[in-house]
Design a protein around this ligand. Structure first.
Ligand code: CS2
Length: 491
């Protein structure tokens, strides 16, 4: 079977781009060329190009893995986006990517793309751990390898902060207006987060440049949402059947998609609103809602579900005890939120349950369980602090935390080992070495630098609950511990 590319005529079973991709120039450099951007930002941009045109195609950059470039380049950036839902499967070919660059071999080309006057937006999905920003100080983290290397050789950067700062510096000296920086990762106030990291990095090299960036560069915050499981052989087989061509870059996702963005793009942006993006003054309340309700519940169900033998999110929804805990967590997370005009958190929770149930989406609990130390603070611990201040129950958050702690032991009840896949994996293993007692494990993990807020650790109720729940996991096993917890919900 031939490979998908721009000179092929697509079969009728797939929707082709509603424009001629080669007639549109590039306006965006996107760093982080995984599945998510292909299901989200590129899909919105594709719809905007079809509706209103413009030179807004995207050059994708994969900082470490060369696979995305090898998948996309031979296909002229085209790929199939498969949407799987109760109403059936839909597929469309996305034409928004104009090229793909690899951080491993093409640093000069990446900088050239970022400094090109036509580039007006640099967007990012590099995951929570990919920025090299110290979450405790908010500044650049010099213990992060790419930050250290780029501070040493700032003119040939390879990391996120180094690339943004160098590209902005070159634009400034070249008299080219700066691009807008759009962080699309699941972090609270993600624009301000990245801005602080960029400014601190720049200040270490050139305070004057840092001041200029602070005055001239926009970092709008944004909330992104679309459940995008890792690709499987079925994704590729379905893409081939639908398009009639081999497509090494196909991905699959759910029908639901949401994007809320602060409208601060001094040098313009695509008409993403035609595809349903919502522009608001302040995105923070939407981010909190999504991070605490969707992602917080996801993390809880990922740890508890994985440990009790549920491979996919949909399987946890079919387990009555897990289902009760999922509903309890959604309600507890909602109770920590300030009211958001026009949004009913109960309806949002119901909608999330319907998405989690989607039988067509094979979203692995093990995929969500990855990088727990990077996810817990905004998803579980901050809401726990808010619940404590408001006199609400800490129990659902303590349960999620205890499930994560049990997960960090790296071994299931049946003795199967698994990799933690967390940037602090080694440190966690060193701290836990030889420990079997719940209280000792809790205290070892609570000592991880910068992870648990002091205020939470000082709360006796929190420590007692986490320790008691973890002891239940250790003594009785995951499934009985989950049953016991669900019995407490009284539902
Ligand atoms: C998930 C998210 O892997 C994870 O941690 O919680 O990727 C989640 O699927 C997305 O944020 C949904 O928008």
């Amino acid at each position: 079977m031939d490979r998908l590319n721009a000179s092929r005529t697509l079969s009728d079973t797939v929707k082709a781009p509603g424009y001629v991709p080669s007639e549109h120039g590039t306006g965006i450099v996107h760093i982080g060329l995984g599945a998510f951007v292909r299901a989200h930002l590129a899909a919105y941009t594709d719809a905007a190009l079809a509706a209103s045109g413009g030179d807004w195609r995207i050059v994708g950059v994969s900082l470490r893995s060369t696979a995305p470039v090898e998948e996309l380049e031979p296909q002229d950036g085209l790929y199939t986006l498969i949407e799987r839902g109760a109403a059936g499967t839909e597929a469309r070919v996305i034409g928004a990517l104009s090229g793909a660059l690899s951080g491993a071999t093409q640093r000069a080309e990446i900088l050239a793309a970022m400094t090109a006057p036509a580039t007006r937006i640099v967007s990012l999905t590099v995951t929570e751990k990919g920025y090299g920003v110290d979450r405790a100080t908010g500044g650049a983290d010099p213990s992060f390898p790419a930050v250290a290397e780029d501070l040493e050789s700032p003119t040939a950067p390879g990391g996120v902060l180094g690339l943004i700062v160098r590209a902005l510096e070159l634009r400034r000296t070249g008299g080219v207006a700066p691009f807008t920086v759009l962080c699309c990762d699941n972090l609270p106030e993600n624009g301000a987060f990245l801005r602080a990291g960029v400014l601190d990095f720049a200040r270490r090299l050139d305070p004057d440049l840092a001041d200029w960036i602070a005055q001239s560069v926009a970092f709008p915050s944004t909330m992104v949402d679309r459940i995008t499981p890792a690709r499987t052989d079925r994704t590729l087989a379905d893409a081939a059947a639908l398009t009639g061509f081999t497509d090494a870059a196909a991905i699959e996702t759910e029908p639901f998609t949401q994007w809320v963005i602060e409208d601060r793009f001094p040098t313009g942006r695509p008409d993403w609103d035609v595809a349903g993006a919502i522009f608001v003054e302040d995105v923070a309340p939407y981010e909190h809602m999504k991070l605490r309700m969707l992602n917080g519940t996801h993390s809880m169900l990922a740890y508890a579900g994985f440990l009790s033998g549920h491979r996919y999110v949909r399987d946890t929804m079919a387990d009555p005890a897990m289902r009760r805990l999922i509903e309890r967590h959604l309600a507890a997370a909602a109770a920590t939120l300030a009211p958001l005009p026009g949004i009913d958190f109960t309806a949002y929770a119901d909608e999330l349950c319907a998405r989690f149930i989607n039988p067509e989406i094979a979203h692995e609990t093990y995929q969500i369980a990855m990088d727990g130390t990077q996810k817990l603070p905004q998803r579980i611990l901050r809401p726990a602090m808010d619940a404590a201040s408001a006199g609400q129950s800490l129990r659902p958050f303590a349960f999620a935390t205890a499930a994560w702690m049990r997960y960090t032991l790296g071994r299931k009840d049946d003795g199967t080992d698994y990799a933690l896949r967390d940037p602090l994996e080694e440190e966690i293993q060193t701290r836990l070495d030889g420990l079997t007692d719940a209280a000792e494990i809790v205290s070892a993990l609570c000592g991880l630098p910068g992870l648990f807020p002091e205020k939470l650790l000082e709360n006796p109720d929190w420590n007692a609950s986490v320790t008691e729940i973890l002891a239940g996991f250790l003594q009785n096993g995951a499934a009985p511990a989950i049953e016991a917890e669900a019995d407490m919900t009284g539902a």
